[in-house]
Design a protein around this ligand. Sequence first.
Ligand SMILES: NC(=O)c1ccc[n+]([C@@H]2O[C@H](COP(=O)([O-])OP(=O)(O)OC[C@H]3O[C@@H](n4cnc5c(N)ncnc54)[C@H](OP(=O)(O)O)[C@@H]3O)[C@@H](O)[C@H]2O)c1
Length: 272
Amino acid sequence: MNYYLLGYPVGHSVSPAMHNAAFKELDLPHRYNLLETRPENLGETVQGLRENIMGGANVTIPHKIEIIKHMDTLAASAKQIGAVNTIENRGGQLIGHNTDASGGIKALTEKYGELNENRVVLLGAGGAARALAQELAPKVSELVILNRSPEKAEKLAHTLPGNTVGAGLCEQRVINTADIVINATSVGMAPNTSESPIEAQYLRKGQLVYDIVYNPIKTRLMRDAEKAGAETLGGLWMLVYQGVEAFKIWTDLEPNPETMYRAALRVLEAGH
Ligand SMILES: NC(=O)c1ccc[n+]([C@@H]2O[C@H](COP(=O)([O-])OP(=O)(O)OC[C@H]3O[C@@H](n4cnc5c(N)ncnc54)[C@H](OP(=O)(O)O)[C@@H]3O)[C@@H](O)[C@H]2O)c1
């Protein structure tokens, strides 16, 4: 059976290495392939996949929202977030799921423990931030969403339950009072590895700084956080756990996250 990553561009993805390592370990005769898909060809590609009975697919930038209209149904995860990153093919019926949020929160709780009494600052209001915010808002004691375009952060905060507010990145002094700071912007991602979304002066000892960017493995924000004495977590475990959830949807089997992590890390360390 074949599995695919639909995106544009997809050349630098570590997902094939991650999933193929897990297929191999479980002795499954499956293959995960890149399928570079231009936006104008998305419908045709999905139709082709449906007819050739693919096992399933992942969906990445820029198709996570647009793909919805090509699905037969949406799982609750995708409906709630308004984006699909995983397609299940159930006998020709395509079901859209979203595993970014559960994967991102799983990585965070594995490192940090339960989130109940925590004050969280989330940087960004794009697709990944929206997914994480849905999971965080009902769980934490305070969620502050800061975004370059403040109106997007405010709009997102209004849709969420709990003690949630949205504001511009210029309000970043609130970071100093946060227990957990999460970067869900694309700032610091390769090739712009010298950039950070915030000023280092607001980071402090006792905080966890979680950067969901996974390339580079250690971002400028994480380096600044270490210097300030904060704990850090990079985005590779989020990538692994969203992959674990997708793998379970496709195969009903539990892959080994360590195997997937090591395979992804090898590709990143080799510089692709
Ligand atoms: N680890 C994982 O598994 C995982 C999963 C998904 C995504 N990610 C990573 O998360 C990041 C965001 O992905 P996404 O899908 O949410 O992208 P997106 O929808 O395009 O959102 C991008 C976000 O970054 C902000 N931003 C972009 N350039 C900026 C700049 N120069 N200064 C300040 N803010 C800036 C945008 O602010 P505006 O709204 O003002 O434009 C927006 O909030 C990417 O690096 C992606 O690789 C990681």
